[in-house]
Design a protein around this ligand. Sequence first.
Ligand SMILES: [Zn+2]
Length: 398
Amino acid sequence: MKSICPGSSIWEMLKLLSLEITKKSNILEEMKMSNYIIAADVGGSRLRLILSNSNADNIADKIIRLEEGMTVDKLNEEAVKTTKELLDANGIDKNEVIGVTMGSAGVPDQERKILTESPNVPKSMGGVISVIPAIASAYGWKNMYINNDCSTAAECAKRFGHKRQEIKLGNPYASKPFAYRFANRPGDDKEEDYHVVIYWTISSGTNIGIKIGDSLFKGEFGTIPEFGHQFHMEKDPFGNDLMCGDGAQGHLEAVLSGGGITKIMRNAIKSGAISKGKLYDKIVNETDDIKLPVALFETLDDENAKIIVDFVILSLARTMGAIIVNYGPGKIEIGGGVMKSFKHVLIPAIKLLDENKNNTFYLQRGKTSLPDICVAKDYGTDYVWKGAVAGFLAEYKP
Ligand SMILES: [Zn+2]
């Protein structure tokens, strides 16, 4: 027999209420899911637009080729059109997007949310990229973010990079491709205890990005530091001048970059310092610059190859030692093409920190300890735009 007592009706009410709460939290969950972000990435003669979210996932992307003769307005028009294609193809309404973001080399104009002096656009665009305000105004999105590429990469290392607790103490291969957790430091039990995070790119050039707590270290015009363009040394091991891409002699970038290593190899052949051997045979007729560092790391049993690689390792160790001593990072993440050879350059350089008595870290190690040192996830390939998402999220906190 069914009893209709007041108790059971309260029970029914509670059930209804809990159903209502579940429904509400599902709606909230859906709202969270619709935190889409449009991210832009510029480089290699193309602008890529990525449909992303607060996890910096690449849900879909589309590429716009940048060709000589293209104007700033023309690129804006293309970017607005491509954004619509991305949204339509994925069934996303413009109201589900919370904003638009970009990281790229150049000088950010934070007032107008445009990038100036970009080295990555055709001359006809005069170094200006203004796709962010163009897209935002076309779709009525208020939230915009732009920053210099090394700055956003540091944001990425901080938010989406290797997590301290995922890195096994003393086991460099626990986090792929390479992350070395050195010591127990105060705060180790917390999930994230990196107060200072450094992202370091060793690619066609070299530079670092620095995040200190919630602050980005970026200088007056948003382009600081220019770490690769500081004096390092004048000559390579064969006595040839070390010339930076900017024409100055002795800059760090003339050693620690794919371009720098390539130039050292070409100059060694040109000056006759390398005139025979396995490395010589491999590169003497090679016209593709990118293949030279690859050939170098493939011929490490060659005497000249070893001289160059040892020189790069020592430069890397000394610079890493200086970064540790100058900034006291909890974590350094290193990306860029040169890190694909991390076993031949980074690991021996880390060893040198404890063996080479002339590196800055060795001399100061009573006062500071080694940070976690990691190769960036996927060698940092996506750190610039993912960092633009990270920077956006830090600013707008959806
Ligand atoms: Zn330079």
